[in-house]
Design a protein around this ligand. Structure first.
Ligand code: ATP
Ligand code: MG
Length: 650
């Protein structure tokens, strides 16, 4: 960005917390002042929410930045904190996971059972030669064994590297090799879109080029035939027959807990390393604070896949360390029907729902009649993560899922940050739709200009973090130089997140998309997010993606791709008329500078496997180039549809 980001969107709606929630909130406004008075003491207090075998000597060692050490000298076991201590406190019979398979099969797993399974898995891993400091790759569908596998690794001190089950053999192989994993834990397959979807053949292909792999542990989920080699062991013959006795050994606070590769939305994925004490402290505290989780009464559901950081922090470590009861769902939101999510909320009486803007916009496209067909009265709090949420999608979520009264927490964070960083507190913040609002207590975030100077309220620029935080990444696995270069070189002494942001007149933070996606139109930096939000605020649009394409007069021109809402007629002249209306609508909402040169109505948008819009490919289409790397696309046929329609678009 050569200049500050233009500040175009003017959103003034604001929603105070429900009085009842505010009166009983886990965290009150005092937390901000407390953290401001003494940030390290604040985090030490949150670390005390966990069980430590040995107390730390020093909260933070920042003597060798950007390499941080948190809770130096402390020792703990993450699995002990997520399981044993709840069982020891008499909560063994409490449900940890209500699991729902895509075909409709279910399992109810108590804390005692999850503990027992994890102990068996820890013993089985030890028998296979896994010791503290080793790496284990996990390539599983959304079945309880995924959580068990992660917790078993944590229990024996092996770092897990979970790879999303939708990735190809090549992607899996690269990640196994990068971390030199010794064992791979997988399944014969899982269920997707009503059919078994095989995983084991992908692992076989990947492992063929991974000499580090000594054993492959295979869960039987679908019962389909699989090829077998002498490295392979069935989970039910290995884990389920192992001893259920296992004493968790404490590890150093900075012992590696996991490696997770970023989603790959922008570049070659990076192996982000997280460690033990600081990570669990912040994952656990933010679950308590941002979701106001009451373990005695809430039923929590995070719809992410365990292969993404959201699944790590807000399915496994955050909720389980707090002793939550949660729902885990294996499949897709439209199998066997488009109301599946709402049916699950209704069935398990889910009270806290955490999902992604891509899902909310998909639900908008399908129409509000679908959630209206289910009893969603158990819900009391809604969350969003993964991309900027357009104000209109936020309003739709609150209105049609949240009865027009529930708080929505828009949570900004990254694989690298390990846990939520910027978000409303549900009992404190009067939230604005589309804004992540304020850094959480103990987090020091800012928006700076090109020179690293804090921008005034009303200004836009780059999102940075000014102080280290407990769950921060410690490095990129095996590549300290890339760690420094990617995150700590752009601005002296600050972590550069790679996202554009603005501060509104009240100082609240609005995420404006990736810095790489910002458009430069006639000398003005314009955010993709703001133009997309303007399009989504039109009643006929469910979802939109916007890119800057080279233009002889304006430098870059705005090209937009929009998905119409369910019932919209876009045939012939009606389509032309809608495009004209949309161009005018954007111009009216944001100003003429933001009027798209071209809008195309499309049935789908290219998304990464984590559900994020991939603007890079749309830029290729808009500039008539051949497409770049499409391997991280969820569905590559989407691009054929878009490219073939592009020629006729104006
Ligand atoms: P890669 O770094 O490989 O390109 P990625 O950035 O998509 O992949 P993640 O760590 O899963 O990988 O995503 C973090 C990014 O997602 C953030 O940097 C931001 O761009 C976006 N994001 C997440 N939550 C929000 C939010 N609430 N509002 C706006 N953007 C968000
Ligand atoms: Mg990223």
């Amino acid at each position: 960005m050569s200049e500050a980001l233009a500040n175009l969107l003017n959103e003034t709606r604001q929603f105070p917390p429900p009085a009842e929630l505010a009166a009983h909130a886990n965290v009150t406004i005092d937390a901000y002042a407390e953290a401001e008075a003494d940030r390290l003491a604040f985090w030490a207090k949150q670390a005390d929410r966990l069980a430590w075998s040995k107390k730390w000597d020093e909260v933070l060692d920042w003597s060798n930045p950007p390499f941080a050490k948190w809770f130096v000298g402390g020792q703990l076991n993450v699995a002990y904190n997520c399981l044993d201590r709840h069982v020891e406190a008499g909560l063994g019979d409490k449900v940890a996971i209500h699991w729902e398979g895509e075909p409709g099969d279910t399992r109810t797993i108590t804390y005692a059972e999850l503990h027992e399974l994890t102990c068996r898995a820890a013993n089985a891993l030890t028998d296979l030669g896994v010791t503290a400091g080793d790496r284990v790759a996990i390539y599983l569908p959304m079945i309880p064994e995924a959580a068990v596998a992660m917790l078993a690794c944590a229990r024996v001190g092996a770092a897990h590297s979970v790879v999303f089950g939708g990735f190809s053999a090549d992607s899996l192989s690269n990640r196994i090799q990068d971390a030199s994993a010794k064992v791979v834990i997988t399944a014969d397959g899982g269920y997707r879109r009503g059919k078994p979807s095989a995983l084991k053949p992908t692992v076989d292909e990947a492992v063929a080029s991974c000499p580090s792999v000594e054993h492959v542990l295979v869960v039987r989920r679908t019962g389909e035939d699989v090829a077998w080699s002498d490295k392979d062991h069935w989970w039910h013959e290995t884990v389920e027959t192992a001893s259920a006795e296992h004493t968790a050994q404490p590890f150093d606070s900075e012992h590696p807990l996991f490696i997770l590769y970023t989603s790959g939305t922008t570049a070659r994925p990076k192996g982000i390393l997280h460690t033990t004490g600081g990570y669990l402290t912040q994952a656990s505290y933010t679950t308590h604070a941002v979701f106001d989780l009451k373990p005695e009464t809430d039923v929590y559901w995070c719809t992410a896949d365990i292969g993404w950081v959201t699944g790590h922090s807000y399915i496994v470590y955050g909720p389980l360390s707090n002793g939550a009861t949660q729902v885990m769902y294996e499949g897709t939101p439209d199998t066997p029907h488009k109301g599946r999510f709402w049916e699950i909320v209704d069935k398990y009486k889910v009270s806290i729902l955490y999902t992604a803007p891509t899902l909310i916009r998909t639900m908008m496209k399908w129409g509000e009649d679908i959630p209206a067909g289910f009893d969603l009265s158990s819900l009391r709090l809604l969350g969003s993560v993964g991309e900027p949420i357009n104000p209109e999608a936020w309003i739709w979520y609150r209105q049609h899922v949240g009865r027009g009264e529930l708080p929505v927490v828009d949570t900004w964070w990254q694989t690298e940050t390990g846990a939520i960083m910027i978000s409303p507190l549900p009992g404190v913040t009067a939230a604005k739709p589309g804004s992540a609002m304020t850094p959480l207590p103990g987090i020091v975030a800012d928006v700076v200009d090109d020179q690293g100077q804090s921008v005034p309220n009303g200004g836009g620029g780059y999102l940075v973090l000014r102080e280290p935080w407990p769950s921060m990444l410690r490095t990129i696995w095996g590549d300290d130089d890339r760690f420094i270069e990617t995150y700590w070189s752009r601005f002296q002494g600050m972590y550069f997140a790679g996202d554009g942001a603005k501060k509104d007149d009240d100082g609240h933070i609005w995420l404006l998309g990736r810095v790489d996606d910002v458009m430069l139109v006639s000398g003005h930096n314009i955010s993709t997010t703001e133009v997309e939000s303007a399009l989504v605020s039109h009643p006929s649009v469910a979802e939109a993606a916007v890119v800057g394409a080279t233009d002889p007069t304006t430098g870059q021109a705005i090209v937009a791709f929009a998905i119409p809402r369910g019932s919209t007629d876009i045939s012939g002249d009606a389509g032309e008329q809608l495009i004209a209306d949309l161009r005018n609508h954007v111009s009216k909402t944001l100003g003429p500078i933001a009027k798209p040169r071209q809008i195309m109505l499309v049935p789908e948008l290219p998304k990464t496997r984590s559900g994020k819009i991939m603007r890079r490919l749309l830029r290729d289409v808009a500039e008539n180039r051949s497409l770049g790397d499409v391997t991280t696309l969820q569905d590559s046929s989407v691009m054929d549809l878009i490219s073939s329609g592009m020629s006729g678009a104006k």
